[in-house]
Design a protein around this ligand. Sequence first.
Ligand code: PEP
Length: 259
Amino acid sequence: MAMKTPIIFANWKMNKTIGETKDYLDQFLDQASKYVGKVEIFILVPHTALAMAAFWTENSGVKVGSQNHFWEDFGPYTGEVSAAMVRDCGGRYGMVGHYERRLYFHESLDDFRRKAKAALRNQVIPVICIGESIEERQAAETESVIRKQIGVIFEGFTPSEVEACCLLYEPYWAAGAEKPAAPSEAQKAHWMIRNELRKRFGEGAAQKVKVLYGGSVRKDYVMDFLIQSDIDGVGVGRAGLDPDSFLRIIEAADSVAAD
Ligand code: PEP
């Protein structure tokens, strides 16, 4: 079976100073170069480290991005950072809608749509998070939750805008947990996501959009996710904070791609 190039990214969350970013990249980039071209790698760093991280990763093939941005490009929005500023710092990716943004900052699906649009208009690839809570899962609402999230976030998008996005299916109950979702359960959700996009935006957009899995991914079972037909890659939180453990995940992804 011809494998797609797997996409692997780390979300550092609110971790690492500029100095710690340098130490990490010093350990990481040389080894990561073995996988560049075979695995698409990016790191979502804090805004404060973004410009330097972009500078240090320039020409390495490893990309960087941000974890959040505002939906306007500039103006009187004290404390906010725009997607235009993310791009200006060298950020190529911009996460939108992580469940921690909903939980702690009460962001809505409408906010996520506006942020995703802002990313696209500034040549930043939006990494749009969707997924259900444990209560919704227990109530067998996963499918309806996914449909609603896609319906609101992608309202008014064109098929080519959808194609340019990256989605992260991250069930809240599997993020920061002991264990990830079962790969077969994740595959089912990914199929639902693609099918919903197919119904709304057509076959081309559904096939081209990247859909990644997130939630407690570790090196030992990353391949169990990557072999699923609708999973294009994975996003990692804790396991991406240490350069060695992130590299082991990338190495595992590369071995699947090479099969
Ligand atoms: C996350 O919260 O986005 C995440 C993927 O975290 P972890 O890998 O630590 O579960």
